[in-house]
Design a protein around this ligand. Sequence first.
Ligand code: GLC
Length: 481
Amino acid sequence: MKKKILFAASECVPFIKTGGLADVVGSLPKYFDKEKYDCRVILPKYMCMDEKWKSQLEYVDHFYMDLSWRNQYVGIFKLDYEGVTFYFVDNEYYFNGPTPYSDIRYDLEKFAFFSRAVLSILPIIDFRPDVIHCHDWQTGLIPVYLKDSFSQGDFFRGIKSIMTIHNLKFQGVWDVKTVQDIAGLSDYYFTSDKLKDYDDGNLLKGGIVYADVVTTVSDTYAEEIKTAFYGEGLDGLLNARSNDLLGIVNGLDYNEYDPMNDPLIYKNFDVKTFRKDKKANKVALQKELGLKVDASKMMIGMVGRLTDQKGLDLVACVLEEMCQDEVQFVVLGTGEERYENMFRHFDWKYADDFSANIYYSNELSHKIYAACDAFLMPSLFEPCGLSQLMSLRYGTLPIVRETGGLKDTVEPYNEYEETGTGFSFINYNAHEMMNTVRYAEHIFYDKKRSWNYMAARAMKQDFSWNASAKKYEQLYDRLIG
Ligand code: GLC
């Protein structure tokens, strides 16, 4: 008999994405051994999903569900896509916004509804998972409900749950009274060893307390979150649960991110041809973005959410100085307004060598990974990070801060032994970052052979899902027994 796994999450590629969570939820299920595991995924049916997907969903059933004192419609839709079954929870009151998330008070109710609906749907679709694999705070109530109102009766008894933390910064927190009212849970749950966190109710905390196992997306982050600096107030709890806490590093969908077969980039290349063909990508990107065309100038990319997490205050501190160097910068992403405006300013001031693209585009991101020589990611914290994996795959050398998944996936260059796949620094300090960027510039311009060897080593690394999917399989096996 196949083992049944259900992923519950708030976003998933290709249907809806705001961050790396969507990449993981969208790719990992494809990499489980189909002979042994039947892994399905359940998501909200957001109105803001692309019409292309919405029009393909097939209606399954609907019913009404109690959520605290509310009684709400739950529709179930379904789509089989690339060998995986996806379910979508429909409720236009909750999922009608222009983006998946809005203000947190409203989101809390939305995802409490989603979490309860996930469990309520299971008998109706006749799918009894052995394990429900929950992702981030939006699904934190699932392990709680599983032990509470769904613990009676044969159907739910024995279902295990896993809580995977993709980012501890976001926990789903509001005052106890509101959370209690929304979730419909008794006073019993609102003590400091359960969902209560000072005067607040905390959904992720509920997930961490009640899940059978807690995982996060790299080994280093699994250690870091047990400390006060990275623990976001939950380090005590995570220490208490350290026997059930483990890190499994994310993989990348190597079919989608494949420089040899990527239809989105200007010229395909592999480890044999990258020396010449990455330059062709660079020149084409320079033309497309209106930068000065110069195949030999070092190009540094930055792609992602423009937030503090990504170390942008360090960048802000020394960007003016770095712009005096022989480098071009290409930025892609949206986020905090001050960073958006900062990059727009540099784009205006250094038009020939700075390109700020303040929006999100999957296509442009692929072009950047293919065209750049280096990729800057000086994160304050980074649970795993996927951009550096994409960069490595495209022979673009990451310049990173040694934290979380960045530390686990980028090996710093050692010029004496000619080892390493990128550049890194330890302290959260702008000048330490700038010195590292300048060291990379030096290797790029003065030791081109070493640079190219390093790019070849980077491209040969294996961060596909193969190894990590096996680790999740082992975890499921252990839980199911
Ligand atoms: C979050 C984290 C990122 C991680 C991703 C997927 O976006 O910030 O580090 O790679 O989740 O797990």
